[in-house]
Design a protein around this ligand. Structure first.
Ligand code: GLN
Length: 215
Protein backbone atom coordinates (compact mmCIF):
# COMPACT_ATOMS: atom_id res chain seq x y z
CA UNK A 1 0.00 0.00 0.00
CA UNK A 2 1.21 3.54 -0.68
CA UNK A 3 1.16 5.48 2.55
CA UNK A 4 0.53 9.04 1.45
CA UNK A 5 1.13 11.87 3.89
CA UNK A 6 -1.58 13.90 2.16
CA UNK A 7 -5.07 13.14 3.38
CA UNK A 8 -7.39 12.23 0.52
CA UNK A 9 -11.08 12.72 1.05
CA UNK A 10 -13.23 9.62 1.35
CA UNK A 11 -15.13 8.75 -1.81
CA UNK A 12 -18.43 9.88 -0.35
CA UNK A 13 -16.97 13.26 0.60
CA UNK A 14 -16.17 14.09 -3.01
CA UNK A 15 -18.64 16.26 -4.87
CA UNK A 16 -21.05 14.10 -6.88
CA UNK A 17 -20.21 13.84 -10.57
CA UNK A 18 -22.19 15.92 -13.03
CA UNK A 19 -23.27 13.54 -15.80
CA UNK A 20 -24.35 14.84 -19.17
CA UNK A 21 -27.97 13.83 -19.67
CA UNK A 22 -29.76 14.43 -22.94
CA UNK A 23 -33.41 15.32 -23.29
CA UNK A 24 -34.86 14.09 -26.58
CA UNK A 25 -36.05 17.41 -27.99
CA UNK A 26 -38.22 16.48 -30.98
CA UNK A 27 -41.64 17.15 -29.40
CA UNK A 28 -43.20 17.29 -25.93
CA UNK A 29 -42.41 18.86 -22.56
CA UNK A 30 -38.65 19.19 -23.04
CA UNK A 31 -38.02 22.32 -20.95
CA UNK A 32 -39.49 20.89 -17.74
CA UNK A 33 -37.10 17.91 -17.90
CA UNK A 34 -34.12 20.17 -18.61
CA UNK A 35 -34.93 22.21 -15.50
CA UNK A 36 -35.48 19.12 -13.33
CA UNK A 37 -32.20 17.52 -14.45
CA UNK A 38 -30.23 20.70 -13.78
CA UNK A 39 -31.71 20.88 -10.27
CA UNK A 40 -30.64 17.29 -9.65
CA UNK A 41 -27.00 18.04 -10.49
CA UNK A 42 -26.84 16.81 -14.08
CA UNK A 43 -25.71 18.75 -17.14
CA UNK A 44 -28.79 18.69 -19.40
CA UNK A 45 -28.38 18.95 -23.18
CA UNK A 46 -30.93 18.86 -25.98
CA UNK A 47 -30.73 15.88 -28.34
CA UNK A 48 -31.99 16.25 -31.91
CA UNK A 49 -29.13 14.77 -33.92
CA UNK A 50 -27.18 11.49 -33.86
CA UNK A 51 -23.95 13.31 -32.86
CA UNK A 52 -25.74 14.82 -29.86
CA UNK A 53 -27.09 11.41 -28.86
CA UNK A 54 -23.60 9.91 -29.08
CA UNK A 55 -22.27 12.44 -26.56
CA UNK A 56 -24.68 11.87 -23.64
CA UNK A 57 -24.32 9.60 -20.59
CA UNK A 58 -28.07 9.04 -20.41
CA UNK A 59 -31.29 10.20 -22.07
CA UNK A 60 -34.73 11.40 -20.99
CA UNK A 61 -37.60 10.80 -23.41
CA UNK A 62 -40.29 13.31 -22.47
CA UNK A 63 -44.05 13.16 -22.54
CA UNK A 64 -45.86 14.44 -25.58
CA UNK A 65 -47.35 12.37 -28.40
CA UNK A 66 -45.64 9.03 -28.90
CA UNK A 67 -46.65 8.62 -32.55
CA UNK A 68 -45.39 12.14 -33.38
CA UNK A 69 -42.10 11.46 -31.57
CA UNK A 70 -41.87 8.13 -33.43
CA UNK A 71 -42.26 9.89 -36.80
CA UNK A 72 -39.67 12.49 -35.84
CA UNK A 73 -37.19 9.83 -34.65
CA UNK A 74 -37.33 8.41 -38.18
CA UNK A 75 -37.17 11.84 -39.88
CA UNK A 76 -34.17 12.92 -37.76
CA UNK A 77 -32.27 9.63 -38.32
CA UNK A 78 -32.32 8.93 -34.59
CA UNK A 79 -34.33 5.71 -34.42
CA UNK A 80 -31.56 3.17 -35.10
CA UNK A 81 -28.82 5.10 -33.20
CA UNK A 82 -31.14 5.29 -30.19
CA UNK A 83 -31.96 1.57 -30.38
CA UNK A 84 -28.24 0.83 -30.61
CA UNK A 85 -27.37 2.93 -27.56
CA UNK A 86 -30.14 1.30 -25.52
CA UNK A 87 -28.89 -2.16 -26.54
CA UNK A 88 -25.41 -1.07 -25.41
CA UNK A 89 -26.76 -0.18 -21.96
CA UNK A 90 -27.28 3.59 -22.06
CA UNK A 91 -29.43 4.67 -19.08
CA UNK A 92 -32.76 6.14 -20.13
CA UNK A 93 -35.87 7.52 -18.48
CA UNK A 94 -39.17 7.82 -20.33
CA UNK A 95 -42.22 9.68 -19.03
CA UNK A 96 -45.69 8.99 -20.49
CA UNK A 97 -45.10 9.10 -24.28
CA UNK A 98 -41.50 8.26 -23.35
CA UNK A 99 -42.73 5.12 -21.53
CA UNK A 100 -44.68 4.11 -24.65
CA UNK A 101 -41.57 4.56 -26.80
CA UNK A 102 -39.40 2.49 -24.43
CA UNK A 103 -41.77 -0.50 -24.60
CA UNK A 104 -41.13 -3.75 -26.46
CA UNK A 105 -44.80 -3.94 -27.44
CA UNK A 106 -47.44 -1.20 -27.67
CA UNK A 107 -51.22 -1.72 -27.73
CA UNK A 108 -53.72 0.79 -29.15
CA UNK A 109 -51.16 2.73 -31.14
CA UNK A 110 -50.91 3.38 -34.86
CA UNK A 111 -49.70 0.45 -36.94
CA UNK A 112 -46.74 2.46 -38.29
CA UNK A 113 -45.55 3.69 -34.87
CA UNK A 114 -42.03 2.60 -33.91
CA UNK A 115 -40.85 1.68 -30.43
CA UNK A 116 -37.44 1.16 -28.87
CA UNK A 117 -37.64 -2.05 -26.80
CA UNK A 118 -35.63 -0.52 -23.95
CA UNK A 119 -37.77 -2.41 -21.40
CA UNK A 120 -39.37 -5.85 -21.81
CA UNK A 121 -42.96 -4.69 -21.34
CA UNK A 122 -46.29 -4.32 -23.11
CA UNK A 123 -47.72 -0.82 -22.74
CA UNK A 124 -51.27 0.22 -23.54
CA UNK A 125 -51.46 3.72 -24.93
CA UNK A 126 -54.21 6.09 -23.61
CA UNK A 127 -55.15 3.25 -21.29
CA UNK A 128 -57.07 5.23 -18.65
CA UNK A 129 -59.70 6.25 -21.19
CA UNK A 130 -61.32 9.46 -22.25
CA UNK A 131 -63.41 10.19 -19.16
CA UNK A 132 -60.24 10.36 -17.08
CA UNK A 133 -57.98 12.13 -19.57
CA UNK A 134 -56.07 13.54 -16.62
CA UNK A 135 -55.94 12.71 -12.92
CA UNK A 136 -53.58 12.86 -9.96
CA UNK A 137 -52.82 10.35 -7.23
CA UNK A 138 -50.22 9.78 -4.49
CA UNK A 139 -48.06 6.73 -5.22
CA UNK A 140 -45.65 4.68 -3.16
CA UNK A 141 -42.58 4.61 -5.40
CA UNK A 142 -39.99 1.90 -4.80
CA UNK A 143 -36.51 3.43 -4.55
CA UNK A 144 -37.75 6.94 -3.73
CA UNK A 145 -37.39 7.96 -0.09
CA UNK A 146 -39.47 10.50 1.81
CA UNK A 147 -43.09 9.51 1.33
CA UNK A 148 -45.47 9.16 -1.59
CA UNK A 149 -44.87 10.75 -4.99
CA UNK A 150 -47.68 12.92 -6.38
CA UNK A 151 -48.31 11.53 -9.84
CA UNK A 152 -49.97 13.56 -12.61
CA UNK A 153 -51.40 11.42 -15.43
CA UNK A 154 -52.22 13.11 -18.76
CA UNK A 155 -53.75 10.76 -21.35
CA UNK A 156 -51.40 8.25 -19.82
CA UNK A 157 -50.49 4.69 -20.72
CA UNK A 158 -50.16 1.79 -18.29
CA UNK A 159 -47.96 -1.29 -18.32
CA UNK A 160 -50.10 -4.28 -19.18
CA UNK A 161 -47.28 -6.86 -19.01
CA UNK A 162 -43.93 -6.51 -17.28
CA UNK A 163 -41.24 -9.05 -18.24
CA UNK A 164 -39.49 -11.25 -15.67
CA UNK A 165 -36.47 -8.92 -15.46
CA UNK A 166 -38.60 -5.82 -15.00
CA UNK A 167 -38.96 -4.32 -11.53
CA UNK A 168 -42.36 -2.75 -10.80
CA UNK A 169 -41.70 0.55 -8.98
CA UNK A 170 -45.27 1.83 -8.55
CA UNK A 171 -48.88 0.80 -9.05
CA UNK A 172 -52.11 2.78 -8.75
CA UNK A 173 -53.08 2.37 -5.06
CA UNK A 174 -56.89 2.56 -5.17
CA UNK A 175 -59.96 3.31 -7.24
CA UNK A 176 -61.09 1.71 -10.51
CA UNK A 177 -57.51 1.34 -11.75
CA UNK A 178 -56.04 -0.09 -8.52
CA UNK A 179 -53.06 -2.32 -9.18
CA UNK A 180 -52.26 -0.96 -12.63
CA UNK A 181 -48.49 -0.73 -13.15
CA UNK A 182 -47.39 2.87 -13.75
CA UNK A 183 -43.62 2.86 -13.05
CA UNK A 184 -41.00 0.25 -13.95
CA UNK A 185 -37.27 -0.27 -14.18
CA UNK A 186 -35.12 -2.73 -16.10
CA UNK A 187 -31.41 -2.29 -15.48
CA UNK A 188 -30.60 1.38 -16.10
CA UNK A 189 -33.86 2.11 -17.93
CA UNK A 190 -36.79 3.64 -16.02
CA UNK A 191 -40.27 4.54 -17.22
CA UNK A 192 -43.23 6.25 -15.58
CA UNK A 193 -46.74 6.64 -16.99
CA UNK A 194 -46.99 9.98 -15.20
CA UNK A 195 -45.20 13.33 -15.35
CA UNK A 196 -42.99 14.02 -12.31
CA UNK A 197 -41.52 17.03 -14.13
CA UNK A 198 -44.72 19.05 -13.65
CA UNK A 199 -45.08 18.82 -9.86
CA UNK A 200 -41.81 20.30 -8.60
CA UNK A 201 -41.06 16.96 -6.87
CA UNK A 202 -37.63 16.11 -8.24
CA UNK A 203 -37.14 12.72 -6.60
CA UNK A 204 -37.79 10.60 -9.70
CA UNK A 205 -35.30 12.68 -11.69
CA UNK A 206 -32.93 12.38 -8.73
CA UNK A 207 -33.24 8.59 -8.89
CA UNK A 208 -32.46 8.66 -12.62
CA UNK A 209 -29.45 10.97 -12.22
CA UNK A 210 -28.11 8.55 -9.56
CA UNK A 211 -28.59 5.63 -11.98
CA UNK A 212 -26.59 7.52 -14.63
CA UNK A 213 -23.86 8.34 -12.09
CA UNK A 214 -23.63 4.67 -11.15
CA UNK A 215 -23.62 3.37 -14.74
N1 GLN B 1 -51.28 9.87 -25.09
C1 GLN B 1 -49.94 10.26 -25.45
C2 GLN B 1 -49.34 9.31 -26.46
O1 GLN B 1 -49.95 8.45 -26.93
C3 GLN B 1 -49.04 10.36 -24.25
C4 GLN B 1 -49.48 11.51 -23.38
C5 GLN B 1 -48.39 12.16 -22.63
O2 GLN B 1 -47.20 11.99 -22.91
N2 GLN B 1 -48.79 13.02 -21.72
O3 GLN B 1 -48.21 9.44 -26.80
Amino acid sequence: MNASPVATPAADARPASRPTIGVLALQGDVREHVAALAHCGAEPVLVRRPEELAAVDGLVIPGGESTAISNLLVAFDLLEPLRARLRAGMPAYGSCAGMILLASEVLDTRPDAEHLSGIDMTVRRNAFGRQVDSFEVDLDFDGVEGGPVRAVFIRAPWVERAGDDVQVLATVPSGPFAGRIVAVRQGAVVATAFHPEVTGDLRVHGLFVDIVRGA
